[in-house]
Design a protein around this ligand. Structure first.
Ligand code: HSE
Length: 433
């Protein structure tokens, strides 16, 4: 006897939505066997129902609210993008006791609290594996597999567009604008690339990762953020000379302040990464996340962080879990925010800086520059002069120091007569000295 079907509403038929529908349709028998009941798509919400969308036209609707409210819809898959419209639809679904699968990192990074409360009240599932690093299973490992461990750090490359651009700049020596244009032509960068290149997308993902890793609610606004648009081909050249490359990193870390208080840090910026660090060899549009947990040690997750089919894989994994819960009863793990750790300001975080500056090439310059570092208790690790005369450049790499001391040092260097121009400032990650 066939079990009662589980009704699914799909909101959005873009790259991810169409792959979700395709795979669900093509592998319907497998899904039924894995769940115990068949999944039936009740409708697909799109902006316009006209034209051939490659799905049965009777499934298409331009009224997502009506679709979400239907009695025969048990699970809602939200792959729309945007914040305000999906927020209302997801809330309304959860309030009606329907489980929700969403790939929407921007929505989650702002409103997880509100959505989780609604899911809690109606005892529905809210799953979002696809919201961070596409196909890569990292949300479920952090929420479930590592639930018995203590996670101290999650650091990763969680934006494929910027990783594609930085890898291409590293490989070809081309500058940022040229490489961004090429990424657009090849379909790796959106027409408006701001969310990716300025780090907003990665910051949303960092907020989600920090929340689940540290059992604390972190929103996108808590994440310190810098993008890659100021990275130059010279920076990548210098990185090579230091046996490093440059990656846009999302870093979530448990820290202890000098006064012994436990805090967390969530930050996104382009950083120098030593070539022997596992993240240095993650190239092109790929993503990778390294997790450091007390008992497990270091774990690394690697794979495709974007794209229709890879993201659909994560959505469908969640869909099977939510459907099983509907079929057998029960629900998945809840949002865990008991730790309530405060987020430390960027200035309190210990980092290392690389500072490249154009300087006057005459006696005493190095001592004057070095004095600015020592005044703020910043210890220098290496100094290198490149070029001479008018083209003289000093490259200073520091030891670990408070980020506020490092940024104040850079501000004071800019005021020195002997410093013509501070060309570039980057943090160094993946080292501890
Ligand atoms: N735009 C993202 C990226 C994919 O470039 O990785 C979706 O989060």
């Amino acid at each position: 006897m066939t079990s009662k079907p589980i009704g699914v509403a799909v909101l959005g038929l873009g790259n991810v939505g169409s792959e979700v529908v395709r795979i669900l349709t093509e592998n319907a028998e497998d899904f039924e066997a894995r769940i115990g009941a068949p999944l039936e798509i009740r409708g697909i919400a799109v902006r316009r129902v006209d034209g051939d969308r490659g799905v049965p036209t009777e499934l298409l609707t331009d009224d997502p609210a009506e679709l979400v409210g239907r009695d025969d819809v048990d699970i809602v898959v939200e792959v729309l993008g945007g914040i305000d419209i999906p927020r209302k639809l997801v809330l309304s679904a959860l309030e009606k006791g329907k489980s929700v699968i969403t790939a929407n990192k921007a929505l989650l990074a702002e409103y997880t609290g509100e959505l989780a409360d609604a899911a809690e009240k109606s005892r529905a599932d809210l799953y979002f594996e696809a919201a961070v690093a596409g196909a890569i299973p990292v949300v479920r490992p952090l929420m479930q597999s590592l639930a018995g461990d203590r996670v101290n750090k999650v650091a990763g490359i969680v934006n494929g567009t910027t990783n594609f651009i930085l890898s291409a700049m590293d490989e070809t020596g081309a500058d940022y604008a040229e490489t961004l244009a090429e990424a657009g032509r090849l379909g790796y960068a959106e027409a408006d690339p701001t969310a990716d290149v300025e780090g907003y997308d990665a910051a949303s993902k960092a907020a989600i990762l920090a929340s689940i890793a540290f059992h604390t609610r972190v929103t996108a606004g808590d994440v310190y953020r810098e993008g890659i648009s100021k990275i130059t081909s010279d920076d990548l050249e210098t990185a090579k000379s230091l046996d490093c490359t440059i990656k846009l990193l999302a870093i979530c870390e448990r820290i202890v302040t000098p006064k012994g208080k436990e805090r967390i840090s969530a930050r996104v910026y382009p950083a120098l990464v030593p070539l022997n660090h596992p993240l240095a060899s993650v190239n092109g549009a790929f993503n990778a996340v390294v997790v450091e947990a007390e008992a497990a040690g270091r774990l690394m997750f690697y794979g495709q962080g974007a794209g229709g089919a890879p993201t659909a894989s994560a959505v469908l994994g969640d869909l099977v879990m939510a459907a099983r819960n509907k079929f057998y009863g029960g629900r998945g793990p809840l949002e865990s925010k008991y730790a309530k750790l405060k987020v430390a300001p960027m200035g309190d975080i210990l980092t290392r800086y690389y500072v490249s500056m154009q300087v006057a090439d005459k006696p005493g310059v190095l001592a004057t520059v070095a004095a600015e570092f020592s005044k703020r208790d910043v210890s220098i690790s290496t100094v290198r002069q490149q070029g001479s005369g008018d083209g003289a450049r000093l490259v200073v790499v520091t030891h670990l120091a408070a980020d506020s001391a490092l940024s104040e040092t850079v501000a004071s260097l800019e005021q020195l007569d002997v410093v013509i121009h501070v060309a570039s400032v980057l943090r160094l990650e993946g080292t501890t000295v």
